[in-house]
Design a protein around this ligand. Sequence first.
Ligand code: GLN
Length: 307
Amino acid sequence: MKISTTKLSSLQAEQLDTWATEAINRSKLGQISAYIPLLAQADRQGFAVQIMAVDGQIWSWGSIGQTFPLMSCVKPFVLLYLLCELGETAVFDCVGCEPSQRPFNSLTQLEADRGKPRNPMINSGAIALASLIPGENAEARCENLLTWLNQQANSQLFVDELMLDSVNAVPNQNNWNLALEMVQSGYLENSEIALETYNRVCCLSGTVEDLAKLGMVLVGGGEAIWENCRTVKALMATCGLYEASSRFARLVGLPAKSGVSGAMLAVIPGQGAIGCYSPPLDREGNSIGGLFLVEQIAKSLRLSVFD
Ligand code: GLN
């Protein structure tokens, strides 16, 4: 059944083709994330996008069969899951909801905040939230989240075990320091299980279709979870792209989230979702191609939530 047409519905395949080609071109200036060995092997030119509209239209471009780890794109969904499972009080007792002007893995920010993570979209916040996911151990916790997400989104996310091995091969001292700071200040009980869970959920992987489907949960999540979806979209809009969040809000005006793999999700409230993958990153750790493409779509079709 077709729902009423939206501004997104007017997107033309030729426009997408032009913007995606230019996005690949621009991303040549970016850096591939190298601190996870397997991510360093990603194809610089690799590019895929899927856009879904609430009226059922779908646009795709590029290597849409390519799977990639969500990395930080999982953070909004850890938040959503916990809001639904545990409620707002439990979640926001453990993590703040203010933007941060520092990089996504900043210890300085955490120390300045006396150990309470600023928001759920940066590493400290997501590590703290990972510790709240119900389950006996990291594996069971990740499985609980995975099952719930695949049910909600009708997606086919899976744990990329090779990626996880690669993450574990080079211990991330920075994330350890964040976890230890939170233990010392009482915001985290067990740093091992928190980090193990966090690393696993960051390795939840899928295609741009899966990513767009996750985004659609935030658009039309249904009566039982819409309030939580609103909270998640608000935090994506204010914190999802780290230090670039308010610039992006001004230029683009859509809730969005990026990951170091080059994953990028943007949500168009009431209209649809854009899942994109393009590995080269800018200085803030956001996908250059993903940012460019979403900006073009949003500007041309006037999709900003502030319009
Ligand atoms: N797993 C990654 C890390 O902890 C996720 C960070 C990101 O995608 N920005 O560094």
